[in-house]
Design a protein around this ligand. Structure first.
Ligand code: ADP
Ligand code: MG
Length: 391
C-alpha cells in the first residue's frame, strides 16, 4: 500500500526525520489559510497523487504571495496531472500540500528498499538527488551508494559514516546526517515499510538536512499490525476493480491485453498468462479465484474481468482438485445467468470429474461457451477469439 507525500511526512516527523512544515488543503481557500498559518513569504503548492515526477509535470509550484498561493492552488486542484509515473491517462488532483519554501543548497537522494536477493533492507544514497534516480543508476551507477543492513544488527553509526563519506559530506555535517539516516531506518523497520524514498533530501543554506519529498510503500501483509497506516489508505488512488476483487477474496491485477483470464491458484494463473503470451496473445489480467471456485466467485470474476472494455475473450482455466469440475461447470452456467457475458468464454476444466463437467457444458449448449481439451488448446482458442476469429 502506498501513501501520499504529506502522510509520509507525518510519519517522518514522528521519527524526528526533519521535513518542512506544511498542511493539506482541499480547496484554494484552505490553501491560503494554510499559507497564512505557516507564515513566511515563500510557499510551495504540491499536488498530492500517488506518483512521482510531479515537479516536471507542473504539479509542484513556488508561490511568493498569498494571492499566488490561491492562483496556483486553483490551477493544480482538479488538474489531470501527467508524469512519467502516471501513464498518459494521468491522475486527477484532489488535494494539495502547502509547504514552507526551503532555501536549497544541495539536493541529494536517500532511500531504503528491500533487497530480496540479499534478504536485507538496503540503504541507497546519491549526490545526484532531485532527478530520476533510475536514470542516474543507469548512466552512472558509480554515483549510487548501496549499503545492506543486516536486520539483526540494525543501523549502526558506521553505516552512517560510510554513507556520509560516500556522499562527500563535510565533517561538521556528519552527525546530523547519521542521525537522519538512523531515524529513517527506524521508521522503515517499525512501520513495516517496503520502500522509503526521499528525493530530494536537501541540504539547506543554513546547513540542515531536510526531507523535501517523501514516498513510502508498505508491506500489505503487515498492515494488520498498523491500523494507523491502513487509515491513510486513499481509495481514489487505487484501481477500483482490484479493490472490489480483494473485497471478494479474489486476487486480481489488471493488465493491458485483451484475453481475460479466470484461473484457480496463482501458479496456474501465471502459467496460463505465459501460455497466452507464448501463443501470441496478451492477457488482460491476472485473476486467481482461489480454492473455492463456485457460482458466486465465478460470477464475481466475470463481472470484474468484464469491467475492462479491452477484454475480447475469457479463458477459464480451472483445475479441479478438492473442488470438483462438475460443480465448477454448474457454477459457470449459473454465473452466466447472473452476469451478462457478451464475449466468447473458453473453458478448460481438468482434474476430478472433468468428463462429467464437459458433458454438463456441452448439454447446456450455450453459444459463447467453448470447451477446450487442454491448456494449450484453451489458450489457442482464447487468443483466436480475442483476435475476432469465429471458433
Ligand atoms: P516530485 O518528485 O514528484 O517531482 P518533489 O517533492 O520532489 O516532487 O518536488 C520537485 C522539486 O520541487 C524538488 O526537487 C525541489 O527542487 C522543489 N521543491 C519541492 N518542495 C519544495 C520546498 N518545500 N521548498 C523549495 N523547493 C521545493
Ligand atoms: Mg521528488
Amino acid at each position: 500500500m502506498n501513501i501520499h507525500e504529506y502522510q509520509a511526512k507525518e510519519i517522518f516527523k514522528k521519527y524526528n526525520v526533519p521535513t518542512p512544515n506544511g498542511y493539506i488543503a482541499f480547496s484554494e481557500e484552505e490553501a491560503v489559510q494554510n499559507a497564512q498559518k505557516l507564515g513566511g513569504n515563500i510557499w510551495v503548492v504540491k499536488a498530492q497523487i500517488h506518483a512521482g515526477g510531479r515537479g516536471l509535470g507542473g504539479g509542484v509550484k513556488l508561490a511568493r504571495s498569498l494571492a499566488e498561493v490561491r492562483t496556483l492552488a486553483s490551477e493544480i486542484l482538479g488538474m489531470t496531472l501527467v508524469t512519467h509515473q502516471t501513464g498518459s491517462a494521468g491522475k486527477l488532483v484532489h488535494k494539495v500540500y502547502i509547504e514552507e519554501g526551503v532555501d536549497i543548497a544541495d539536493e541529494l537522494y536517500l532511500g531504503i528498499a528491500l533487497d530480496r536477493a540479499k534478504e536485507m533492507p538496503v540503504i541507497i544514497a546519491s549526490r545526484e538527488g532531485g532527478m530520476e534516480i533510475e536514470k542516474v543508476a543507469h548512466t552512472s551507477p558509480d554515483k549510487i551508494i548501496k549499503i545492506a543492513i543486516d536486520p539483526f544488527i540494525g543501523f549502526q553509526p558506521y553505516h552512517g559514516r560510510e554513507l556520509a563519506f560516500g556522499l562527500g559530506l563535510a565533517k561538521e555535517e556528519m552527525s546530523s546526517f547519521i542521525q537522519f539516516a538512523s531515524n529513517l531506518y527506524k521508521a522503515y523497520i517499525e512501520k513495516d515499510a517496503e520502500l522509503i524514498e526521499i528525493n530530494p533530501l536537501v541540504k539547506t543554506k543554513s546547513g540542515n538536512f531536510v526531507a523535501l519529498d517523501g514516498k513510502i510503500g508498505f508491506d500489505d501483509n503487515a498492515l494488520f499490525r498498523h491500523p494507523e497506516i491502513e487509515a491513510m489508505r486513499d481509495l481514489t488512488e487505487e484501481n477500483l476493480a482490484e479493490r472490489e476483487a480483494s473485497q471478494h477474496g479474489l486476487s486480481y491485477v489488471k493488465l493491458d491485453g485483451n484475453v481475460g483470464c479466470m484461473v484457480n491458484g496463482a501458479g496456474l494463473a501465471m502459467g496460463t498468462m505465459d501460455t497466452i503470451n507464448h501463443l501470441g496473445g496478451t492477457p488482460a489480467n491476472f485473476l486467481d479465484v482461489g480454492g473455492s471456485a463456485n457460482a458466486q466467485t465465478v460470477a464475481t470474476g466475470f463481472k470484474i474481468i468484464l469491467k475492462d472494455h479491452n477484454v475480447k475473450s475469457i479463458f477459464v482455466n480451472i483445475f479441479g482438485g478438492i473442488v470438483r469440475c462438475d460443480r465448477i461447470a454448474n457454477g459457470i452456467l449459473e454465473a452466466t445467468k447472473l452476469v451478462n457475458v457478451d464475449v466468447p468464454v473458453i473453458v478448460r476444466l481438468d482434474g476430478t470429474n472433468a468428463v462429467e463437467a464437459a458433458e454438463i457444458l456441452k448439454n447446456a449448449n450455450i453459444k459463447n461457451i467453448i470447451i477446450a481439451t487442454d491448456l494449450n488448446d484453451g489458450a489457442k482458442k482464447a487468443v483466436a477469439a480475442a483476435n475476432g476469429d469465429i471458433l
